[in-house]
Design a protein around this ligand. Structure first.
Ligand SMILES: NC(=O)c1ccc[n+]([C@@H]2O[C@H](COP(=O)([O-])OP(=O)(O)OC[C@H]3O[C@@H](n4cnc5c(N)ncnc54)[C@H](OP(=O)(O)O)[C@@H]3O)[C@@H](O)[C@H]2O)c1
Length: 465
């Protein structure tokens, strides 16, 4: 996916910015159509963003009164995790201009700038996007992947028993998969609606924190199977769990707190843990805080596992660039299952509208050159996409007509049964309708039809390509 001569960056760019966080960061976000490009230092890369993913750190610290103004600098562009094209490599970097890279953006740890068209990234904060790894998947790795990786991988060995509090969120989906990839026995918590999903990530025992007492379950597991060798807490707000960790951890095993809320209560909890001795209600186990550091080799290892299929990116939802506010609203519910992705400003939807690309099996790939949104040969892509659109259009017409015809007969029977007040005939006609609907749903599913239909509608609403 290298582009030997990426276009030089423009003087200004589109970027989401906030100048205040009063009432909530997302309420103050606006697109600046002519924002200045970030200043590039010699030890930084300049990248053009293709996709980015949100993290709680994109809004939590900036919303603490005074932090945005004093520590972030306003106006600020949020966003850290990204995948994009390298425009100017950092001095002494082995990476080349035009290569696709992924990692963490920014001069500032809480406002990285990945929600702009261009962003800077530190020398160690990126790695090359390997062959076979999707742009959107790579965009989810940054902070969440690094946090999960560094809080688990160097601290465990095969056979260890690992507890993950919060196995279904942005960090959690990576935590549990990394621990499994390391060969550990993994117990993780999540809410009722995510139990099956977390099991599907390979977790050995899922604890539903909404219906089970997590501490009691963990104590029971310790009695039956032995204590835990390592734990990461991606939630950080259950004091019973933190203060009771010595009851389910092995002696000297670390309980690493990743998550937490920047509230007065959160601060009180931290002080209590740190300052009070165990007999006065302080921590009796070995509890540690955590902050990740950017390391190219960690990004490379995560990418290797992902291309090998050992770890998968989990995308909760995906938003167009123009919908970044909605993406923040979703993030702030605290209920995301995996990562929330925001597309590049030149989003595929826009390119679809322009007829430049066409969705294939992967709804994001170009049907012509299979390259995502960076086209190897625009004319050829256009021609191939045009043919695919025509084929899809024909397929849909045929399906519509066929289902239309099939619906005709039971519909007539239903109308007649209603007129004749014949309950038995009515029930039979309704049943036929139901079966037809199931078939139609199957057709839609089999042909990934929703995406195709969307493309079809978009394309058919244009006069020409
Ligand atoms: N220390 C660091 O350097 C660092 C780095 C990254 C993130 N963080 C922090 O780590 C935390 C997690 O980040 P994230 O990106 O994973 O956030 P996230 O994606 O917003 O987390 C959402 C997930 O949390 C789960 N959850 C909520 N309450 C829970 C509970 N009581 N028990 C178990 N699971 C619960 C939800 O599951 P259900 O919907 O099933 O309830 C949901 O799947 C945040 O507080 C973030 O600020 C810290």
């Amino acid at each position: 996916m290298a582009d030997a001569s990426p276009s030089p960056p423009p003087k200004t760019m589109r970027a989401w910015q906030y100048s205040s966080t009063s009432g909530g960061l997302e309420k103050n976000l606006k697109i600046n159509p002519s924002a200045a490009l970030p200043k590039l230092k010699p030890n930084q890369h300049l990248v053009r963003i293709s996709a980015m993913a949100l993290n709680p750190v994109d809004y939590k610290p900036a919303q603490i009164p005074g932090v945005a103004r004093l520590a972030v600098g306003l106006p600020a562009t949020p966003g850290i995790d990204f995948c994009g094209r390298l425009i100017t490599p950092a001095k002494d970097s082995p990476l080349k201009a035009g290569q696709m890279v992924f990692g963490c953006a920014g001069n500032n740890p809480v406002a990285g700038g990945a929600l702009g068209e261009y962003a800077v990234a530190g020398l160690q904060a990126v790695a090359a996007l390997p062959e076979g790894m999707e742009v959107v998947d790579a965009a989810t790795v940054g902070v969440a992947g690094t946090t999960a990786y560094q809080s688990i991988v160097p601290r465990v060995k095969a056979g260890d028993r690992v507890f993950v509090n919060g196995g279904s969120g942005g960090v959690g989906v990576f935590s549990v998969q990394f621990a499994k990839t390391m060969g550990c026995y993994v117990v993780a918590t999540c809410g009722t609606g995510n139990v099956e999903f977390v099991k599907g990530l390979g977790v050995d025992r899922v604890v539903d924190y909404r219906t089970e007492n997590v501490v009691e379950v963990l104590k029971g597991l310790r009695e039956k199977e032995g204590g835990f060798d390592h734990a990461v807490d991606n939630v950080g707000t259950n004091e019973e769990l933190v203060l009771g960790c010595h009851e389910f951890m092995k002696k000297e095993a670390s309980y690493v707190i990743v998550g937490g809320e920047p509230t007065l209560q959160g601060l009180k909890d931290i002080l209590k843990r740190k300052l009070l001795p165990g007999f006065l209600g302080g921590v009796k186990g070995k509890v540690e805080g955590f902050f990740p550091a950017h390391k190219t080799e960690d990004f490379e290892k995560m990418a290797e596992w992902m291309t090998q299929g050992k770890v998968k990116a989990v995308i909760d939802s995906r938003f167009k660039y123009e919908e970044a506010v909605k993406a923040f609203e979703k993030l702030k519910t605290g209920r995301a299952r995996g990562k929330i992705v925001v597309d590049e400003p030149n989003s595929r939807l826009l390119l679809l509208k322009q007829g430049v690309i066409m969705a294939k099996g992967d709804p994001l790939g170009c049907g012509g050159c299979d390259s995502g949104s960076e086209h190897l040969n625009k004319d050829k892509c256009r021609e191939m996409n045009e043919n695919m659109i025509l084929e899809e259009r024909a397929k849909f017409k045929e399906a519509q007509q066929s289902y239309g015809r099939q619906y005709d007969e039971p519909l007539t029977r239903l109308v007649n049964a209603v007129r004749a007040n014949d309950e038995e005939a009515k029930a039979a006609a309704k049943k036929d309708f139901g079966e037809l609907s199931d078939e139609m749903r199957k057709f839609v599913y089999d042909h990934n039809a929703q995406e195709r239909l969307r493309v079809y509608i978009l394309c058919s609403s244009r006069e020409s390509f």
